[in-house]
Design a protein around this ligand. Structure first.
Ligand SMILES: [Fe+2]
Length: 284
């Protein structure tokens, strides 16, 4: 019997040194999430962050300092950290931090894709993990698009009939029955990824994403799709919701995921947050 793989899926920390909206101090919230993770006594083989580490990393004047601050904080937990790139991230600094901090014995293999994108795969035990980068042009942000090279590389990787795969990426590849999310937040060619996955659905453990800031799960053509919520802010996702209203509920969300005996278990976890003084001092 293969050893179970257990990992923590977090996302959308939107780290910033100042409050970004009333009741939302991302720095304090991320610190509290990290403290909660540090207190977990159950096994965690690695942490995967599916993007939007920081709030302003995509801006031209961002030098990557906030990305460094957030990474440094999480790295103190002394667990292997893997990451996907979100639309708010400083892709270059994030990519470098990933490569520089991999523990001994951990290797990632980069996928052939459009210049600058961070797509790769890695193995833990007998399980294989694929991280995709759907961040495309500023013109379609906050939607994403997978480049043709990346989709071709995924097709080649999945051809091996003996490998089971877990997929991570920032944006949802499928519709989520919410007006504003389905209109503005999806991967434009997510259906192409889904069509690649379906023929080998029996070898796909799950597709895990962020971007929507709440935990959502969906089974489509025998493929499990599931998101992690955010520690920092939450968005409405009911069918009739037509816009992204920032919600400051004092709760930090994460998924504890276990792959064992051919079963994928997703346990949504949370910690209740205390407010910090800077919550009331937004600098938007
Ligand atoms: Fe986000």
């Amino acid at each position: 019997m293969a050893k179970p793989i257990r990992f923590l899926h977090i996302s959308d920390s939107h780290w910033a040194s100042d409050a970004i909206a009333p009741g939302i101090d991302p720095k304090s919230r991320f610190d509290q999430l990290c403290a909660w993770i540090a207190a977990i006594r159950d096994p965690i083989d690695f942490i995967i962050h599916t993007g939007d580490w920081v709030h302003r990393g995509q801006l031209d004047d961002d030098l990557g300092h906030s990305t460094d601050q957030a990474w440094d904080r999480l790295q103190k937990l002394r667990l292997p950290i893997l990451t996907a790139v979100g639309n708010h991230d400083h892709r270059k600094v994030l990519s470098q931090r990933l490569i520089d901090s991999l523990p001994a014995g951990w290797n990632i293999r980069l996928l052939d894709c459009d210049e600058g994108r961070l797509a790769y795969w890695f193995a833990v035990g007998n399980e294989f993990f694929l991280v995709l980068d759907a961040r495309a042009s500023q013109q379609i942000d906050p939607r994403g698009e997978l480049c043709a090279k990346q989709l071709a590389a995924v097709t080649r990787l999945l051809a091996d009939p003996d490998r089971h795969w877990t997929v991570f990426l920032h944006y949802p590849p499928i519709e989520l029955d919410c007006e504003w999310i389905d209109r503005t937040m999806l991967i434009e060619n997510g259906h192409q990824l889904h069509e690649i996955l379906v023929p080998c659905s029996h070898r796909i453990r799950g597709v895990f994403f962020g971007h929507v800031h709440r935990p959502v799960c969906c089974l489509k053509d025998s493929i499990l799709y599931a998101s992690s919520g955010s520690p920092t802010m939450h968005f409405p996702n009911m069918p009739s919701n037509t816009q992204a209203i920032v919600q400051s509920d004092p709760i930090a969300l994460a998924n504890y995921i276990c792959i064992r005996d051919g079963v994928t278990l997703v346990k949504t976890q949370w910690t209740m947050l205390s407010h910090s003084p800077s919550d009331q001092d937004p600098k938007l």
